[in-house]
Design a binder for this molecule. Structure first.
Ligand code: ZN
Length: 126
């Protein structure tokens, strides 16, 4: 379920301490998110990960609520990830003083960024 320490470090180094999806989104904790959770030879490669905020990690799993197989998860595992990432994102947003409207707006924006970023990949795997 997680990257090796070496892979995490490579991703953190590459990202230079900012979200790779939106470097302007600050104040949230940063997490190494798998692009695909499929257990193949790419699973632990730095190219299969992005350093993103908790909010963006949540958005990634939420975006695939109805098609979790596209990120290599079954429905049960993706729903678990949604609950866990949601808790962290809501905590961080609360610490930043965001209201629900701001949260939902930024969540939608994060989903859009993922969709653009993964566009080709999603089509190829469909
Ligand atoms: Zn994830």
């Amino acid at each position: 379920m997680v990257f090796s320490l070496n892979t995490k470090m490579e991703i953190w180094d590459r990202a230079e301490g900012k979200s790779e999806l939106n470097p302007n989104l600050e104040g949230f904790r940063l997490e190494t998110a798998h692009i695909s959770h499929q257990r193949n030879s790419n699973y632990n490669l730095p190219s299969n990960g992005l350093l993103v905020t908790s909010l963006e990690h949540y958005a990634h799993h939420l975006l695939h609520l109805k098609n979790p197989e596209k990120i290599g998860l079954n429905r049960h595992h993706n729903e678990f990830a949604i609950r866990e990432t949601c808790k962290r994102a809501e905590q961080d947003a609360q610490n930043l003083g965001w209201d629900v409207v701001k949260f939902n707006t930024e969540l939608r924006e994060a989903g859009n960024r993922w969709a653009v970023r993964l566009g080709n990949r999603i089509d190829q795997e469909a």
